[in-house]
Design a protein around this ligand. Structure first.
Ligand code: NAD
Length: 287
């Protein structure tokens, strides 16, 4: 409370639904810890109110905003500039307001890469198999390719997201040195073969969290090898069925999405404030 005064700068979160989000608690505790004069509030904004809400960032001279579903793609026409990774992913999760000029960033991919680095893991020059091409899978694939992952095999169902998966593969092959290929998730033999030759398997589908709790795309531990990384973007529950299967296989590094969640927030925090989020303090406090 003592932090809030006439100079406090507002940062928003625009999504629907959003009341469950951990981001307000994460950012406000980090501001308080560092004595920074910002306040972070969640606003329930659907596509229909988005344009006016983005205008309000300028009108109210807010420092910026996070953006989540269903606005990550829809917000792009209302912004002035895009960071290269956000442009490639066609999605934004962070907006920064510099004197009325709004720039869109995506920090999910950098958060993913940073969360691996926090564990002492480096996937540059290696092969990744990735399931999913949605709001999480797309920035993960783009950032991994930009950062120097050598090969990415993307698996998706033949569903609404297939077209996005095609776009991801096309843009990665055109704009980076990474070789991306697209595969059908229904082809289990192919899926098994690609995982076997990968250093990291990442599931960005949400299978394993409600309403698909206790489900996993890989049920057989023999698909994994010990000296690999198995990464699930899900963080509720903390241990998914996929992670249990990987542990049963004796996989060295089995990670949930908490680190990614924390680091995508830390990247946005740095963009707004110029300061490093006290991630160890926040991890201790929230997780
Ligand atoms: P999305 O709806 O945008 O995309 C879902 C993807 O999963 C699509 O590619 C879709 O084809 C695929 N999919 C959906 N149902 C499937 C099924 N039954 N079998 C196989 N594939 C299926 O969702 P999203 O925003 O990308 O989120 C995906 C997961 O990532 C969620 O669990 C979300 O909580 C998590 N996530 C975590 C973080 C983090 O910071 N840790 C950030 C964003 C999202």
């Amino acid at each position: 409370m003592e932090r809030i005064d006439g100079h406090t700068l507002l940062i928003g979160l625009m999504a629907y639904p959003i009341r469950h989000s951990m981001s307000p608690t994460m950012h406000n505790n980090a501001f308080a810890k560092l004595g920074l004069n910002y306040a972070y509030l969640a606003f329930e904004i659907d596509n229909d109110k988005l344009e006016k809400a983005v205008d309000a960032i300028r009108t109210l001279d807010m420092r910026g905003s996070n953006v989540s579903m269903p606005n990550k793609q829809k917000i792009i026409p209302y912004l002035d500039k895009l960071d290269p990774a956000a442009k490639m992913a066609g999605a934004v999760n962070t907006v920064v307001n510099d004197n009325g000029v709004l720039t869109g960033y995506t920090t999910d991919g950098t958060g993913f890469m940073k969360s691996l680095a926090d564990e002492g893991l480096d996937i540059r020059g290696k092969k990744m198999t990735l399931a999913g091409a949605g709001g999480a899978g797309t920035p993960i694939a783009i950032q991994a390719a930009l950062d120097g992952v050598k090969e990415i095999s993307i698996f998706n169902l033949d569903d609404a997201q297939w077209e996005q998966a095609e776009k991801n593969v096309e843009i990665i092959n055109r704009e980076t040195d990474c070789k991306a290929t697209l595969h059908h998730l229904e082809d289990k033999e192919d899926f098994k073969k690609e995982i076997a030759s990968s250093y990291i398997y990442c599931d960005a589908t949400g299978v394993g969290m409600k309403p698909l709790e206790n489900m996993t795309l890989v049920e057989d531990p023999s698909w994994f090898h010990k000296d690999m990384i198995v990464f699930d973007t899900v963080y509720a529950p903390r241990e998914t069925k996929l992670m249990k299967v990987a542990k049963e296989a004796g996989v060295d590094h089995v990670l949930n999405g908490l680190g990614m969640m924390l680091e995508q927030g830390a990247e946005a925090f740095k963009l707004w404030t110029g300061e490093d989020m006290p991630v160890d303090y926040i991890r201790e406090l929230l997780f």
